[in-house]
Design a protein around this ligand. Structure first.
Ligand code: ZN
Length: 203
């Protein structure tokens, strides 16, 4: 089943996310990889609605199931806000792909992309608080208030990833049409293709 996303030109497909979709080695990379065929004129989007985004966030370990249930209920009560929040998450996904694909290729991300990433980061900070627990300070999401919470959690994880990204372990699939990103075990690893089931090159 597919439907046209007239605003983006992409096609959304119904997809039940499972462990087999987590091939990137990091939730942020798996989030980027929810779009199939980045380099194709006709990419396919596995996020076919806000509920799909919430389901992915639980499978990927980005959000607790109890919070996801609350978020999904709010989305069903506020469908217009859910559409806006989904578009916001898709925009974040595009920015992260630009930034991290440049990184994987040893290049510098575009200024506009870094500026947009920073804007998401500043919003995400506002959705978190510092909590003291078990003798240490933790960064936790604030009590749920907005459907942008999933994008906020992904952004927080994305900033953590780029701060700690190991040298030359982030790879961009050598299949230009695919465009998926993944971590390899060492800088010397020779894996050139993502290995995703939907990637034509599985070598
Ligand atoms: Zn691939």
């Amino acid at each position: 089943m597919a439907k046209d996303l007239s605003e983006t030109g992409e096609t959304a497909i119904v997809h039940e996310f499972g462990e087999g979709d987590l091939i990137g080695g990091h939730p942020v990379l798996d989030f980027i990889n929810t779009l199939i065929r980045w380099g194709s004129p006709e990419p396919l989007d596995r996020l076919d609605g806000y509920i799909s985004l919430a389901q992915w966030s639980v499978v990927a370990g980005v959000m607790e199931p109890a919070l996801a249930d609350i978020v999904a209920m709010k989305a069903s009560l506020e469908p217009d806000d859910a559409v806006v929040a989904l578009e916001n998450a898709r925009a974040l996904r595009g920015i992260l792909h630009h930034v991290l694909a440049a990184h994987a290729q040893g290049g510098e991300p575009a200024y506009d992309d870094m500026e947009a990433f920073e804007a998401f980061w500043k919003q995400a900070i506002g959705a978190h608080r510092l909590a003291f627990t078990d003798d240490h300070i933790e960064i936790r999401p604030v009590a749920f208030t907005s459907l942008t919470i999933i994008a906020d959690l992904i952004t927080r994880d994305a900033v953590d990833l780029v701060k700690t990204l190991p040298d030359r372990r982030l790879r961009l699939c050598a299949n230009d049409a695919c465009g998926w990103l993944y971590l390899v075990k060492s800088a010397r690893a020779k894996q050139r293709y993502c290995g995703g089931r939907v990637c034509l090159n599985k070598r």
